[in-house]
Design a protein around this ligand. Structure first.
Ligand SMILES: C[S@@+](CC[C@H](N)C(=O)[O-])C[C@H]1O[C@@H](n2cnc3c(N)ncnc32)[C@H](O)[C@@H]1O
Length: 234
C-alpha cells in the first residue's frame, strides 16, 4: 500500500512468529497480491491516493476488521454477509497466512486483505466510506506507560472516525477491564456514542458473533469478555 505522504510510524506488536508451513507460504505467494485492497482501481489510475472501493467491491457496503489475528471472525462475517465487502488489516504475517488458508477453504469472494498496520490502510480509505468496523481483542498493553500504544487512543481513533460513515457502527471486544475504561473515555472523544442501555448490552456477545482465538484464550484463563458497541455520530 503506497501513499505519497505516509508518515513513519512505530509498530510495537509482533510481525512474525514461528516459521510458516509450506502450504502457508504458498497461500501468501499465490493469493495475497490479488487480495490487496489496492489490487483493483490503482492499476488503472496509479496517481490516485485513495482506494477505489467501488472498483474493489462493486458498491457494496464496506466493513473493516482491525487486527484480525487468525481471521476466523473475518471469514465468518464474509460468509454470513455476501452483500458486504470486508477489508481486514493485520501486520502479523502468521495470522495473515492463517486467514488465507481459511479464505481458500470457505471460498469467500468478498474480502480484501491489508497485511500491515491499519493506520496505513486508513490513510488511503476515502473519508466516510466504511459502514462498520470491528476492533476485537486489540493488544492490551497492560503496563500504564504503554497505554498510549493502545488502539483506543486519538492517534488511531480520529482517522478511524474519519473513514466511517455517520451512523456507522464500531464494535470493540476486550477482556481487559482497564481497556474498557480507556475505550469508554477515548472512543466518545473521537465522535462516537456508546449504545449500551443495560448490562446485557456489554456482557452478551453480538447475535452474529463468532468467538475469536484470543477470546477463547481469555475464557480459558478466566477473564471476562466485554462487548462494546459504538455509533459514529452524525
Ligand atoms: C490480541 S490480538 C487479537 C487477534 C484477534 N482479533 C482475536 O481476537 O483473536 C491483537 C491483534 O491486533 C494486531 N494489531 C495490533 N496493532 C495493529 C494495527 N495498528 N493495525 C492492525 N492490526 C494490529 C496484532 O498484530 C494482533 O494480531
Amino acid at each position: 500500500m503506497t501513499h505519497p505522504t505516509r508518515p513513519h510510524r512505530n509498530f510495537y506488536g509482533r510481525l512474525k512468529g514461528k516459521s510458516l508451513k509450506s502450504s502457508q507460504k504458498t497461500y501468501i505467494d499465490e493469493d495475497l497480491a490479488a487480495l490487496s485492497p489496492g489490487a483493483v482501481g490503482w492499476a488503472e489510475n496509479p496517481t490516485r491516493t485513495d482506494l477505489d472501493l467501488k472498483a474493489l467491491f462493486g458498491g457494496k457496503p464496506v466493513w473493516l476488521e482491525i487486527g484480525f489475528g487468525g481471521g476466523e471472525h473475518l471469514v465468518h462475517q464474509a460468509a454470513q454477509n455476501p452483500d458486504v465487502g470486508i477489508i481486514g488489516a493485520e501486520p502479523y504475517i502468521n495470522g495473515v497466512a492463517m486467514l488465507l488458508g481459511k479464505i481458500r477453504r470457505a471460498n469467500v469472494q468478498n474480502l480484501a486483505v491489508h497485511p500491515g498496520d491499519a493506520r496505513d490502510l486508513m490513510d488511503v480509505l476515502p473519508a466516510q466510506s466504511v459502514d462498520r468496523a470491528f476492533l476485537l481483542y486489540p493488544d492490551p498493553w497492560p503496563k500504564k506507560r504503554h497505554h498510549r500504544r493502545r488502539f483506543v487512543t486519538q492517534e488511531h481513533l480520529v482517522p478511524l472516525a474519519e473513514t466511517l460513515k455517520p451512523g456507522a457502527i464500531l464494535r470493540v471486544a476486550t477482556d481487559i477491564p482497564d481497556y474498557v475504561r480507556q475505550a469508554l473515555e477515548e472512543v466518545p472523544k473521537a465522535g462516537f456514542d456508546w449504545l449500551a442501555e443495560c448490562p446485557a448490552d456489554w456482557r452478551e456477545p453480538w447475535d452474529d458473533w463468532l468467538s475469536t482465538r484470543y477470546e477463547q484464550k481469555a475464557l480459558r484463563e478466566g477473564r471476562t469478555p466485554h462487548y462494546l458497541t459504538f455509533r459514529r455520530a452524525s
